[in-house]
Design a protein around this ligand. Structure first.
Ligand code: ATP
Length: 475
């Protein structure tokens, strides 16, 4: 399937099977905001649990927190977001369409011959690095770059557009102060660094993990749940001795790649992209990119953030944020290596891997199925329990199995429709096992278990079902 079609197919499938809906759809939706439906919410929760366990339960020196979305406004001064968290943008006066300047120029460059394209991109990058907005405008004008909607070159000046959403705290307008919806979860960890270190008696090196919502007023939000204005991050800040950050940066690069491979995804679907132009806080940084239907794109960032954040919070708050290293007999501000992965992008990656349209036609009849080959441990439902008929005591046996299993993993019960139809519905939401209870069950205590990926069916003892599923979904 062509990649463009694949993304469209995934979007439709998500909507049809209760994974992702456009937000407030009855009002025609809201740009780049999405809601997770009944199956999407389960999948998302399972991804979070898998990440959380790998970080906090399977690692000796990482603990998790859950900080508030609202933070003191000075936080964002100290972190550099008030001054630096912005993209240059430009508006077309005729169509009123707003563009990110780099996206506009890149789209134009793609139509040029390779040499001309490379030269244009190079000029653009130099101008962006120098914050030369007049130069960028000039570059757009001299290349006669047109708006794709109006077809004109009638542009405003280039302006910086801060990506943070502001809102008011307090009920009385005059007394209220402007605060921001956090654009990343990391700062909640930094400001709690000493609280956690002291109350948890943590010794360096140690990490603090967090999963939570982040908000960015993205100028160009596209690619379904790839780029949203409200999204979720799974971040971990690892606090280390100054001077050891390169070692730990390499460690986390490797550890995070191993985590991705543990999802059963082929290594050639991933690549590292090392940053050449580093963010204001970093001394080394890379992205783990995944080959989405739109091509290789950032999924996770690994950043060596130096002592930038803690040092600035210490300066802006006037509170000491140093750690006393008993081995070195020395106070210092720790360095930080961060791993930051988008939960929604992980969700999209898993769906991109899992979604398959299979042609099952034989000489006798045409047939096809859509199946989500999700890792069993992450699937919304682990087991579907299906009595073949709605009579003869079969539902009773099925409900007993349901009662036995539902405390350990999520089960789906259904007694309507032909069994083939029920199997297909379970394939479409990625349920790894279906169990059918039939008349033979009453005679010899066996059931048919059907495996989602191979569609193989085998006869096994009813009493073994729970353990078979547990073996496949536990991690
Ligand atoms: P991009 O370059 O794609 O805008 P970024 O480099 O700004 O991303 P980070 O600030 O490093 O992203 O955030 C860490 C992770 O959070 C990203 O790797 C990505 O998975 C996720 N993320 C960032 N912005 C969004 C968004 N608008 N929608 C969904 N996920 C996002």
């Amino acid at each position: 399937m062509a990649n463009e079609n694949k993304l469209q197919a995934i979007i439709s499938h998500c909507k049809e099977y209760g994974f992702v809906f456009p937000s407030s759809e009855i009002y025609d939706g809201l740009g780049a905001v999405y809601d997770y439906g009944q199956n999407g919410a389960e999948l998302k929760k399972n991804i979070k649990d898998y990440w959380w366990k790998s970080m906090t339960q399977l690692h000796d020196h990482i603990v998790g927190i859950d900080a508030a979305i609202f933070m003191h406004p000075t936080t964002w001064k100290a972190s550099g977001h008030v001054d630096n968290f912005s993209d240059p943008m430009i508006d077309n006066k005729d169509s009123k369409k707003r563009y990110r300047v780099d996206h506009l120029i890149e789209a134009y460059a793609e139509q040029l011959a390779p040499d001309a394209s490379a030269a244009l991109i190079q000029s653009m990058e130099q101008l962006i690095a120098a914050d030369d907005f007049a130069g960028l405008k000039n570059l757009i004008d001299t290349n006669n770059i047109k708006c794709s909607v109006s077809g004109t070159c009638n542009w405003t000046d280039v302006r910086q557009f801060n990506l943070m959403f502001g809102t008011q705290l307090g009920s009385v307008a005059e007394e209220s102060s402007e605060i921001y919806l956090r654009p990343e979860t990391a700062q909640g960890i930094f400001v709690n660094f000493l609280n956690v270190q002291k109350t948890g008696r943590m010794k360096i090196p140690f990490g603090i993990a967090q999963i939570g919502k982040a908000f960015r007023n993205e100028i160009v939000a596209r690619g379904f749940i790839f780029r949203m204005r409200e999204f979720e991050q799974m971040e971990m800040q690892f606090f280390v001795r100054p001077g050891t950050q390169q070692e730990w940066y390499q460690y986390w690069k490797e550890a995070r790649m191993q985590w991705h491979l543990s999802l059963g995804i082929s290594p050639n679907k991933y690549r590292f992209h090392d940053h050449v132009k580093l963010a204001h806080y970093a001394d080394a940084a890379c992205d783990i990119e995944y080959d989405f239907p739109m091509g290789f794109k950032e999924l996770e960032g690994i950043h060596s953030r130096t002592d930038f954040d803690l040092k600035n919070h210490q300066q802006f708050s006037g509170k000491k944020l140093t750690y006393f290293d008993t081995e070195l007999n020395q106070h210092y501000i720790p360095y930080v290596v961060e791993t930051s992965i988008g939960l929604d992008r992980t969700f999209l990656m898993l769906l991109s891997e899992a979604y398959q349209e299979e042609d099952l036609s034989t000489e006798e009849k045409q047939d096809a199925r859509v199946v989500l080959k999700l890792p069993a441990m992450l699937a919304p439902y682990k087991l579907a329990i299906l009595p073949l008929l709605k009579k003869d005591g079969l539902p009773e046996i099925a409900k007993e199995l349901m009662a036995e299993c539902r405390g350990s993993f999520k089960c789906f019960y259904e007694e309507k429709d032909a069994i083939g139809k029920r199997y297909r519905r379970m394939d479409a939401i990625g349920t790894p096992f279906c169990v059918t209870i039939d008349h033979q069950t009453k005679e010899d205590g066996t059931v048919t278990i059907r495996h989602r990926d191979s569609m193989l069916q085998e006869r096994v003892a009813l009493k073994d079902i729970k353990q078979i599923v547990l073996n496949a979904v536990q991690y």
